[in-house]
Design a protein around this ligand. Structure first.
Ligand SMILES: Cc1ncc(COP(=O)(O)O)c(C=O)c1O
Length: 506
C-alpha cells in the first residue's frame, strides 16, 4: 500500500478537465476588480468577495505601498516574538473600537482566526453548539479543540434550544455560527441565538466574514443588523472580503483576547500578517467608516440583481445579501452552465457537494459596490441568454412582479424564514416537481449527460462489478444508467470537444 495510491488512482479530475467543464483554478492575469482577464479574455467578475470594491481604492493601495517602503515585505516571524509591528497594534485598537468590544486580536488569515480562537478557547468539559452549515474553518477549529460538539440543523432554533437544555451548566457552553452563510447568502437567526444563549448561560461567537462592512447601518455586521451586539461575545471576521486585504480578527472581552493571544497554537506558531496587509486593512476600515454610500450602493445592486434573476425565473434560494446564488440543480448541469457563462464573458463560482446538497448545485454570484449599472445589465443579459439556451429558465419570462427581500439597514426581521415561507420562483431544474415538457430527444440527451456524470463519479471497482452482470442489469431497468455510461462519455466529450483544449483557445 502506497500513501500516494489515492492520488495516482484519482481519475475524476482528468475526466472533468477532458470534458472542458472543469471550472477551478482559473488564473487571472490582470484585474481591475469588476473586470478581469482570464485565458486572454476580459470577463465580468461576479464571483468575488470584494464587496465594497476597496482592493482598487487609492487610499488602500497607497497605505500598502507605504507599509512596504517602511517595513519591507514580511514580518519574518510570529506575533509573539519578533513579528509584532505598531501597525498590528493600531489595527487591533481600531477594530476593537469599530466593533465596540474591549479588545481585538488580528490573525494572519480568516481561516486561522477561527482555528486560533476555537482551539485556544475550548477545552475538555466545554460543549460547542454549531450550525450544520458553518464554514469549514469553524468546523476545523472545533475539531482542533477537545470540546464536545453538538450540531444543530441549519438555523433550527428549536433543535438548538433542545441541545442547550440537555447540557449541564457545569459545562462551558459556546454557540458558534456564521453571521452570513457564505454560499446561500442567508443570515443566522441572531435574535433567537442571543436570546437562547442568555437563557441557557451560553456564550456566542459569530463568524461574520461576509457581514462586516456589509450589514448594519455602520457596517458592523449581522449583530448590528439584528440589534443584538451586546449579546454577541466574540465577533470573528476576515480581512479578505470587505477589508480588501488578508488576515482575520477576533473582538471580545480583554481577558479572553489575552488568553487566546498567549495560549492559542495557530496564533502563536504562525507568522504575523504582512505589513502591507495590515496597512491596507487599516485604510479600508477608514474608508468603510467614511464612505457609507458604498454600502448603500451595494444594497441597491443586491436588490437589482435579485429582482432581475427572479423575474427571469431563477431560484435565488434564501439569499438576502449581496451573495445571490442561482440554484441550477445537479452537478453536471451546474458545470455546464458555468462553462457557458464563462464563454459568454461572466465569471462566477460553481458550488457543488459537499458545500450544497447533490441536486441543489448553484452558481454563486456576488457583487461589489463598484459594479456599474452597465456591467450589471450585461451580466443579467448574459445569464438570461445562457439560462434560456440551457433551458434552466423558461423561454418566456414567467414573473412580471417578484418579491425581493434584502437585509439592508432597517430590515432587521429574520429574513431567511420570510423568504423560505413565501412562494419563491423555482428555476426549471432546481425543483424536481417541474414537469419537463421538452421534446423526447432533448430529454434523452439530458439522461445521457446525467448518466455520464454519475459514471464519472462512480468508483471504478463498483463499475467493474456492474459490468460483470449485464443480464441481471437489463432485468433491473433501474440500473440502465450504467449501460449508457460508455456511450455517454463519448457523447459528452464530442459535444464539448472544443473547450476540451483550453490552451488552443488562449
Ligand atoms: C464564513 C467564512 N469564515 C472564514 C473564512 C476564511 O477567511 P479567509 O479566506 O480570509 O482566510 C471564509 C472565507 O471564505 C468564510 O467565508
Amino acid at each position: 500500500m502506497d500513501v500516494f495510491d489515492k492520488a495516482f488512482g484519482w481519475r475524476d479530475l482528468k475526466i472533468a478537465q477532458a470534458t472542458g467543464f472543469y471550472p477551478y483554478f482559473k488564473a487571472i492575469s490582470d484585474s481591475d476588480a469588476t473586470e478581469v482577464t482570464i485565458e486572454g479574455r476580459r470577463v465580468l467578475m461576479v464571483g468575488s468577495n470584494n464587496y465594497l470594491g476597496l482592493t482598487r481604492h487609492p487610499k488602500v493601495i497607497a497605505a500598502a505601498h507605504q507599509a512596504i517602503d517602511k517595513y519591507g515585505t514580511s514580518c519574518s516571524g510570529s506575533r509573539l516574538l519578533n513579528g509584532t509591528l505598531e501597525l498590528h497594534q493600531e489595527l487591533e485598537r481600531r477594530f476593537a473600537r469599530f466593533l465596540k468590544k474591549d479588545a481585538a486580536l488580528c490573525v494572519t488569515t480568516g481561516f486561522t482566526t477561527n482555528l486560533a480562537v476555537l482551539s485556544g478557547l475550548l477545552g475538555r468539559g466545554d460543549v460547542v453548539f454549531t450550525d450544520r452549515q458553518n464554514h469549514a474553518s469553524l468546523v476545523d477549529g472545533v475539531r482542533l479543540s477537545y470540546a464536545e460538539e453538538k450540531r444543530f440543523r441549519h438555523n433550527d432554533m428549536a433543535q438548538l434550544e433542545k441541545l442547550l437544555r440537555e447540557t449541564s451548566d457545569r459545562n462551558g457552553k459556546l454557540i458558534v455560527t456564521d453571521g452570513v452563510f457564505s454560499m446561500e447568502g442567508d443570515l443566522a437567526d441572531m435574535k433567537e441565538i442571543t436570546r437562547l444563549a442568555k437563557q441557557y448561560n451560553a456564550r456566542v461567537a459569530v463568524d461574520d466574514a461576509h457581514g462586516l462592512g456589509v450589514l448594519g447601518a455602520h457596517g458592523r455586521g449581522t449583530a448590528e443588523h439584528f440589534d443584538v451586539e451586546d449579546g454577541v461575545d466574540l465577533v470573528l471576521g476576515t480581512f479578505s472580503k470587505s477589508f480588501a486585504s488578508l488576515g482575520g480578527v477576533c473582538a471580545g472581552p480583554q481577558e479572553v483576547i489575552d488568553w487566546i493571544r498567549h495560549k492559542s497554537r495557530p496564533f502563536i506558531f504562525q507568522a504575523a500578517m504582512t505589513p502591507s496587509a495590515a496597512a491596507a486593512c487599516i485604510a479600508a476600515l477608514e474608508v468603510i467608516e467614511e464612505e457609507p454610500e458604498r454600502r448603500a450602493r451595494l444594497w441597491e445592486i443586491t436588490e437589482k440583481m435579485q429582482r432581475g434573476f427572479k423575474s427571469m425565473g431563477f431560484d435565488t434560494g434564501v439569499s438576502v445579501t449581496p451573495v445571490v446564488p442561482l440554484v441550477i440543480g445537479e452537478q453536471w448541469r451546474a458545470w455546464k452552465f458555468w462553462r457557458a457563462l464563462f464563454d459568454a464573458g461572466v465569471y462566477c463560482n460553481p458550488v457543488i457537494p459537499p458545500a450544497v446538497p447533490a441536486n441543489q448545485c448553484l452558481m454563486r454570484t456576488s457583487y461589489m459596490a463598484t459594479h456599474t449599472d452597465a456591467q450589471l445589465d450585461r451580466v443579467l443579459d448574459i445569464v438570461e441568454q445562457t439560462g434560456k439556451k440551457l433551458e434552466v429558465i423558461p423561454q418566456i419570462r414567467p414573473h412580471t412582479t417578484v418579491t425581493v427581500k434584502v437585509a439592508s439597514p432597517g430590515q432587521n426581521q429574520f429574513l431567511a424564514s420570510a423568504v423560505r415561507a413565501e412562494e419563491t420562483p423555482k428555476s426549471l431544474w432546481s425543483n424536481g416537481n417541474v414537469r419537463d415538457e421538452r421534446p423526447l430527444h432533448k430529454r434523452l440527451s439530458d439522461v445521457v449527460e446525467r448518466v455520464t456524470w454519475q459514471a464519472i463519479n462512480t468508483d471504478p471497482d463498483e463499475l467493474a462489478k456492474v459490468a460483470a452482470l449485464p443480464g441481471k442489469l437489463w432485468r433491473q431497468r433501474g440500473q440502465l444508467p450504467s449501460l449508457l455510461m460508455e456511450k455517454g462519455v463519448g457523447l459528452v466529450m464530442r459535444q464539448h470537444a472544443e473547450p476540451a483544449e483550453p490552451e488552443d483557445r488562449a
